[in-house]
Write a protein that binds this ligand. Structure first.
Ligand code: HEC
Length: 420
């Protein structure tokens, strides 16, 4: 599968929403002109607005105005782990991280850099992303900014280029993507020296505009995005971040986290097994308020802000004596290929409690150790009957995750090196 098939979850997939042309709305004009450019969305709830998806009625210029534009027109390509130039536009953290010219699948990349976006995210004392620290972290790993230098930023340049030259690319040529595979397309990422006010990006890239090979942004969206970039791409407010990151049913989260973080070595083994088979899922609860969660490893126990442990692989040594398994609320724009939903209800909790913890496996069960990546060795302490039942009862989810998954170019992922 190619990155072009990374389809937005929202219906339509053509970048339009009902009533999108309607000006005004509760958050109108945050970055638009005062002459009635207004909000890019109408005042009705929209899947493009993460606040709406999370049952949040507050307002924030970034979440309400900028993120919907990127969701509608950009994340279809810039929404997976191996997005072009690794530029992931599904969250403010991703925008701030920027790009890397290296391929995700090259051995040298694997050798020196962790892959998922989350691995460079730094969480402050308040549990929110510390954008400055996160940015420094990624710069140290070779990522460069696409929003620095405001009007002269790489993103401003490419979006303007796309707006002013509606067909900057040879579209006929772009079909090479489909009959020669992605390698047939001469992608060209900027490199760090080219980004900034000292000169235009090199000719190859200058010939392109964003959105790549598609119709340009309409004037209202264009102006809104460009104005935001000219202001230095300001982040969402801490209040908005905090509201979005807070679950509406904390007691349900607490119940699951209590189950997953019991002290006995047997319970720790079970939790690790569950985590390593559910990390990909967008978990939701029966009330289904539109909130989704991902199970992550944290340095901190339930009750404290999550301090996510980011590792190259989910099976890697967490680097702490005991990781805690926590449910982290998803606040990014959701794309279909990452949206592998899994309902966590009381019946499932009882079933897993019964399956893993109702019998004593062995007097000698020790806490998990992290040596090697062979699951048959790693999970040997768990009786095979239990592992077998778990795999069969939840097979739908494992197959779903194998068929989809967070890569734009699936074939590249399969063919990629398996070193480290
Ligand atoms: C159809 C797929 C597609 C869409 C949609 C798309 N892009 Fe891109 N983007 C690319 C590709 C491919 C590249 C690699 C550069 C090249 O070959 O031109 C790229 C590169 C970029 C870069 C430069 C990254 C670098 O480091 O060189 C920026 C910035 C960017 N895109 C922003 C956007 C924005 C903003 C939008 C939405 C308005 C968008 N893109 C929509 C495919 C897309």
């Amino acid at each position: 599968m190619r990155w072009t098939l990374a389809v937005l979850m929202v219906a339509g997939c053509d970048g339009s929403t009902a009533g999108e042309e309607a000006a005004g709305g509760a958050n109108a004009g945050a970055f638009g002109k005062s002459d009635g450019v207004g909000s890019v969305l109408d005042s009705q709830p929209s899947l493009f607005r993460v606040g709406d998806r999370n049952g949040w009625t507050g307002s924030d210029p970034f979440y309400d105005t900028i993120q919907p534009i990127l969701a509608q027109r950009c994340v279809v390509c810039h929404g997976c782990t191996d997005s072009p130039c690794q530029l992931k536009l599904t969250s403010y953290e991703g925008i701030r991280r920027g790009s890397s010219p290296l391929s995700m699948f090259e051995p040298r990349f694997y050798a020196v850099k962790p892959s998922p976006l989350e691995s460079g995210r730094v969480t402050g004392d308040n549990g929110l992303t510390d954008f400055d620290a996160t940015e420094r972290n990624w710069r140290g790993k070779g990522f460069y900014s696409v929003t620095e230098h405001a009007d002269f930023s790489a993103m401003s340049f490419l979006v303007a280029q796309g707006f002013e030259n509606p067909e900057p690319t040879d579209l006929k040529d772009e079909w090479k993507l489909f009959n020669q595979g992605a390698d047939g397309n001469e992608w060209a990422c900027l490199d760090a020296e080219n980004v900034g006010p000292d000169g235009p990006p090199d000719d190859k890239v200058a010939a392109r505009g964003m959105p790549f090979g598609l119709q340009p942004l309409d004037p209202k969206r264009y102006e809104t995005l460009i104005n935001w970039l000219a202001l230095g791409a300001p982040p969402p407010t801490p209040e908005a971040q905090a509201l979005l990151a807070t679950p509406t049913a904390p007691e349900t989260v607490a119940k699951w986290e209590a189950f997953l973080n019991q002290d006995t070595p047997q319970a720790q083994q079970a939790a690790r097994y569950i985590y390593e088979h559910t990390f990909f899922a967008h978990i939701y609860f029966p009330a289904n308020t539109g909130e989704f969660f991902q199970m992550v490893r944290s340095r901190t126990p339930p009750g404290e802000p999550i301090d996510q442990i980011a590792t190259k692989r989910i099976t890697s040594d967490p680097g702490v004596a005991r990781p805690f398994y926590r449910l982290l609320k998803v606040t990014d724009v959701i794309v279909q290929k990452q949206h592998m939903t899994w309902r966590f209800d009381d019946a499932l909790l009882e079933r897993w409690d019964d399956l893993f913890l109702s019998t004593r496996w062995d007097d000698e069960v020790a806490a998990p150790v992290y040596e090697g990546h062979n699951p048959f060795v790693t999970f040997k302490p768990i009786p095979s009957r239990i592992r077998n039942r778990f795999m069969i009862e939840n097979s739908y989810h494992f197959i779903d995750a194998m068929v989809r998954g967070d890569v734009c170019i699936g074939s590249a992922g399969h063919l990629g090196p398996t070193t480290t």
